[in-house]
Design a protein around this ligand. Structure first.
Ligand SMILES: *Cc1c(COP(=O)(O)O)cnc(C)c1O
Length: 482
């Protein structure tokens, strides 16, 4: 960035920058973005974001419009989650913030517990370990059953006097299955403990799936003992990024979430979320999207997304070389190799054909997998054509070999003892070293993923944090006199 530029040059530069990104529309990016395929709704939502991007949700008396839209969104969601009359909610910046607040509120509701903990299945979203890390709450991770669902008996057994929250997913991100919420909520309730259902990715799908007559396991406030639910507007609500809801069964359950501070010379600070200044853009974008789509619109979007998911899951099952991990409960599909096939190479081959599918590394006994979040805009026939071609190409090229000596070396490294020099060497060996600030990803990621896959989780974390750290450096300074 140098001298002040003209609007046209800035627009051109923004467009050029965006060309390097994954497309957010078209239904071919099967992670991170969710496309309804409704161009008019998208345009309307963008207008709303732009119109309210300067408004501040910090003070609802100054910007009553944002409070009104938030209350509308919570009321709309209440119909989806069988919310009782007493149900209240908060609009947050995303699923992670909703989950963080569920943990923070649960912790602060039990001040007498000096070393609080939460009980979660091993498939719980990373937002919960993150909450534990941020808020000093121990995370008791309970292995899931062989069907990838949480094991309610084991979770019940893990609850003790320090437990402030038990979590179930509807569905889990990695496998796309719904945990047995009634048994988990009952076990929590019997011990007087809160139960959060993480429906960040399923909350806008499962209710419509049920209305379409599909079997949906119980997961809403209709289940006794469920105290809070998170559901993301910016996933299958198809809203612009930056919007999620955290819903509580009663105002009393929400109360510890509020932060107030009058002990300074400034104005009395009152916050319902982690953020203080809150852009009105995502609020207005989500509100406009929900108004424009409505229950009927979501019903047909869900019907389309589920039909695509069914077709894709069936296609994968019929494809020699891949198998689905579990029958999809919503719009998520995880697939593993059921023979000698390198799924990381399949990801690269899909990318070469214009499709982004997310690789999931092996974990414990679980092999690496492909993860798909299917949107209403995803064309299953085109997807399966690309997948069949990608599997054939991956089979022809064979797996990316990892030198056994390198694998042994990686398994023996202590991530905590690695200094910057060693991390630089590891990044270079993995093909991830660029000039600082340069995104030095190889054209094909399979070799990187193969190396990460043999590394233990703590080493994966250390290497990828080092990578991210080296990416995030200021660009070249403005030269004097330029
Ligand atoms: C996406 C997701 C989250 C976190 O949401 P972000 O919006 O990415 O912060 C939490 N839980 C589940 C199950 C999710 O799918």
């Amino acid at each position: 960035m140098t001298a002040p530029s003209t609007p046209d040059r800035i627009r051109a530069r923004l467009a050029a920058l965006q060309e390097g990104d994954l497309p957010v529309q078209g239904g071919r990016t099967l992670a991170y973005v969710y496309d309804a395929g409704l161009a008019e709704v998208d345009a309307l939502a963008r207008e709303a974001v732009a119109a309210f991007s300067g408004s501040n949700g910090l003070d609802p008396t100054a910007f009553p419009s944002l409070l009104a839209m938030e209350n509308d969104l919570v009321a709309f969601a209440r119909e989806l989650v069988d919310g009782p009359e007493t149900m209240v909610g908060t609009l947050t910046s995303g699923g992670t913030e909703s989950c963080l607040l569920a943990v923070q509120g649960a912790r602060d509701a039990r001040p007498e517990v000096s070393a609080p903990s939460i009980v979660v299945p091993d498939t719980v979203h990373a937002a919960f370990p993150k909450a534990g890390h941020y808020f000093g709450v121990r995370v008791r991770v309970v292995p899931t059953a062989p069907d990838h669902r949480a094991d309610p008996a084991a979770m019940a057994a893990a609850i003790d006097d320090t437990t402030v929250l038990v979590v179930a997913s509807a569905p889990s991100y990695a496998d796309g299955v719904v945990d047995p919420v009634p048994a988990i909520a009952a076990a929590a309730s019997a011990r007087g403990v809160r139960c959060h259902v993480d429906a960040c990715i399923g909350g806008w799908v499962l209710p419509y799936a049920a209305r379409l007559g599909r079997p949906v396991p119980p997961w809403t406030f209709a289940v006794e003992g469920v105290t809070s639910i998170s559901m993301d507007l910016h996933k299958y609500g198809y809203a612009p990024k930056g919007a999620s809801l955290l819903l509580h069964r009663t105002p009393a359950l929400r109360r510890p979430q509020y932060f107030a501070h009058a002990g300074w010379p400034g104005y009395t600070m009152l916050n319902a979320t982690l953020q203080s200044t809150r852009s009105g853009g995502p609020t207005a974008g989500a509100w406009a999207t929900v108004q424009a789509i409505g229950h009927d619109g979501y019903l047909s979007l869900t019907e389309r997304a589920l039909a695509a998911t069914d077709a894709i899951a069936a296609g994968i099952a019929a494809l020699d070389g891949l198998a689905v991990v579990a029958a999809p409960a919503s719009t998520l599909v995880a697939a593993v190799a059921d023979g000698p096939l390198d799924v990381f190479t399949v990801c690269d081959e899909m990318a070469a054909r214009g499709w982004f599918v997310q690789p999931q590394l092996s974990y414990g006994e679980r092999p690496p997998s492909l993860h798909l979040a299917v949107s209403a805009a995803t064309d299953p026939v085109a997807f399966l054509d690309a997948l069949a071609a990608s599997v054939a190409a991956a089979r022809a090229s064979g797996p990316v070999p990892v030198d056994p000596a390198v694998a042994d070396l990686l398994r023996g490294l202590d991530p905590a003892s690695l200094g910057d020099d060693e991390l630089d060497l590891l990044l270079a060996a993995g093909g991830l070293a660029g000039e600082s600030g340069d995104l030095a990803l190889p054209e094909r990621m399979a070799s990187v993923n193969a190396l990460l896959d043999v590394a233990p989780p703590a080493l994966r974390e250390a290497v990828l944090v080092a990578f991210l750290d080296r990416l995030a450096r200021p660009t070249a300074p403005i030269a004097a006199g330029s």
